[in-house]
Design a protein around this ligand. Structure first.
Ligand code: F6R
Length: 619
């Protein structure tokens, strides 16, 4: 999730660079691994880029000012392919004499095969990014056609994945061309000047008139106008609208809080985490692997180490990996693992899960595991952070920066990555589910649309939260993959609304916790899909009856079409039907929304709950 800005104005002066730098400052929340700009000046393209925050780019520009221009693009990066270095920072260059500069948000899934073709034709690459492949391709097409829009059109038809591209060319001053597929791009319409941005925050200081683009569209802006066409080359139209948000709200996508935005980002977090996971033969791939396949085949036990929400994602990982890869998995809180006497050796795979990649407890656990000889894999959301650097292999989640302190979209991305890891190990080891991996990946590909559908059904959950603002205690029950969802639902409520909340394995209820149930006690129950093996669905429906009989207010999360729950539910919250193993990606969403709304109803700080820090870098 990177931030991109483009500008064309009437005069050759400082404004183009100023607009782009201001836009990048407002988009920095989308990523801050590096930043870069490129301008078309009288001498051709001038560019500057630096790893790290925008401040580093600003200092470089102060030291070496660029010439005036009326055409500029700028990029703030959230690393996906290639680490957060100067070389991998955007813009990337292409075409004869590097006269083209291009920036990109998203992932080009088929870049390996495109790069092979370019290398065979003699192209030289300066970075490890997928973006540079697009820059070389668009540059070469410009050299053939002499027109940036045509060059972009000819290239986007070859690209797979999700991307927004912006390009400028030294021989076509006063033009910026953008293209989008499954990645955001909006046009800002000015008077004698026009803008492009990942979102309206990029240009809100200059214009409130915006144009929304459709999927698979190319837009060309000049100072005096714009034109839009589809990837099929036919003319198209965007949708005009007026932006009514202030600048701060624009950064939050118009939502009142980052958490609300991040909950609504979840379809993208899952879709982006799934992108680019297969090679040309259809086999699953990890991002960075510094261990041999033999070592991974020899693994006889997996230990997941993580904290908090990430540890609950780890509990889902246990069910998924044991089921698909048939390897025993245990889940340990990282701080407990580190100072216990864990049974770990060179045949143990230690999987760490961390959004920040900097959680000290998790880092210490990974280091300890390596000292004991274990093979280590990190599931992480932050490129270049410490935990992936300390691990033998990495699977990055592509949730984009998570700003609200309490984790939401990172959780869904971590679960998605855990599924991918389970399927990868199943394929590698050739177990009975190896064949099914591609079918499960197809089921996973349906999940973003289901999450989107679910997000549109949250009105009743919000009403329930408002109504329950004075509640002092809420319990959560789940079984199998619903158990970690119950735990995470309780954690969200504790963190956001400061309410006593506890999650239990539903089968454990009769072994003690049922004593907590009395008249009116609210209990969320996460009901597994009716297709779940071992009659688990029936067993959870019985659990609902048991607590209902003792006066509980049963708030039941059930799949569409599951009528068995109706007689025993005080409320039924429906989620789209999906394969049982994938249900956590849906079942947690109403619980996040519930906690968010209840916190809001109590007038609390949703994005920065008391006593918490986003990244816990002390033991
Ligand atoms: C809960 C939450 C924390 C983190 C935990 C691990 O909403 O955000 O429980 O999940 O501190 O953090 P990371 O994933 O950065 O290692």
């Amino acid at each position: 999730m990177c931030g991109i800005v483009g500008y064309v104005g009437p005069n050759v002066d400082e404004k183009a660079l100023t607009v782009v730098m201001e836009g990048l400052a407002r988009l920095e929340y989308r990523g801050y691994d590096s930043a870069g700009v490129a301008l078309v000046t009288e001498d051709g393209i001038e560019a500057e880029k630096r790893a790290g925050k925008l401040e580093n780019l600003r200092s470089a520009l102060d030291a070496h000012p660029l010439d005036g221009s009326r055409t500029a693009i700028g990029h703030t990066r959230w690393a996906t392919h290639g680490g957060p270095t100067d070389g991998n920072a955007h813009p990337h260059r292409g075409g004869q004499d590097d006269k083209l500069a291009l920036i990109h948000n998203g992932i080009i899934e088929n870049f390996h095969s495109l790069k092979k073709g370019l290398l065979a034709a003699g192209a030289q690459f300066q970075s490890e990014t997928d973006t540079e492949v697009a820059a070389k391709l668009v540059g070469a097409e410009f050299d053939k056609t002499g027109d940036l829009t045509t060059a972009m059109l000819n290239v986007v038809q070859q690209l797979e994945g999700a991307f927004t591209l912006l390009a400028i060319h030294a021989d076509q001053p006063g033009v910026v061309v953008g293209a989008r597929r499954n990645s955001p791009l909006v046009v800002g319409l000015g008077d004698g000047e026009n803008f492009l941005g990942s979102d309206v925050a990029a240009f809100i200081g200059y214009t409130r008139q915006a144009l929304e683009l459709g999927q698979d569209q190319i837009v060309t802006i000049t100072p005096d106008g714009y034109s839009v066409m589809g990837f099929d080359g036919r003319p198209a139209e965007g949708t005009h609208y007026e932006v009514t948000w202030d600048a701060a709200a624009a950064e939050r996508g118009g939502y009142a809080t980052f958490m609300e935005k991040e909950i609504n980002d979840q379809p993208h977090a899952v879709a982006d985490t799934l992108l680019g996971r297969t090679d040309e033969s259809g086999a699953l791939v990890l991002d960075e692997v510094r261990i041999s396949e033999e070592q991974l085949r020899a693994v006889d036990k997996i230990t997941v180490v993580a904290c908090g929400t990430a540890a609950y994602a780890g509990m889902v990982a246990k069910y998924a990996i044991e089921h698909w890869a048939r390897i025993p998995v245990e889940v340990a809180l990282a701080h407990e693992f580190r100072y216990a006497d864990p049974v770990v050796d060179e045949r143990t795979l230690v999987v760490s899960i961390s959004q920040s990649g900097e959680t000290m407890d998790t880092l210490m656990a990974v280091k300890h595991a390596r000292e004991l000889g274990a093979v280590t894999v990190s599931i992480c959301n932050t490129h270049g952070s410490t935990i992936p650097r300390e691990s033998d292999a990495v699977l990055y989640t592509h949730a984009g920066p998570e700003i609200a302190v309490a984790s939401t979209k990172a959780f869904l991305a971590q679960i998605t990555a855990a599924y991918i890891l389970g399927l990868y190990l199943a394929q590698l080891r050739g177990g009975s589910y190896a064949e099914d991996a591609q079918a499960v990946m197809r089921d996973l590909a349906d999940m973003p649309a289901k999450i989107q559908d679910l997000l549109g059904r949250m009105d009743r959950v919000k009403e329930m939260a408002e109504f329950m603002a004075d509640t002092r205690s809420v319990l959560f029950l789940g079984r199998n993959v619903g158990y970690p969802v119950a735990m995470e639902g309780a954690l969200k409520l504790k963190e956001l609304a400061y309410i006593h909340a506890e999650g239990f394995a539903a089968g454990e209820l009769k072994h003690g916790p049922i004593a907590l149930i009395d008249a009116g006690q609210p209990v969320f129950v996460i009901v597994p899909s009716p297709d779940t093996p071992h009659d688990l669905h029936k067993k959870v429906v019985s659990n609902i009856q048991e607590i209902r009989a003792r006066g509980a207010r049963t708030l039941v999360i059930a799949h569409d079409g599951d009528e068995d729950v109706e007689p025993f539910a005080s409320e039924v919250i429906r989620i789209p039907a999906c394969p049982p193993m994938l249900a956590p990606l849906l079942a947690i969403v109403p619980l996040q929304v519930f906690a968010l709304q209840l916190s809001t109803a109590k007038g609390l700080d949703v994005d920065q709950p008391r006593n918490l820090a986003k990244s816990v870098t002390v033991e």
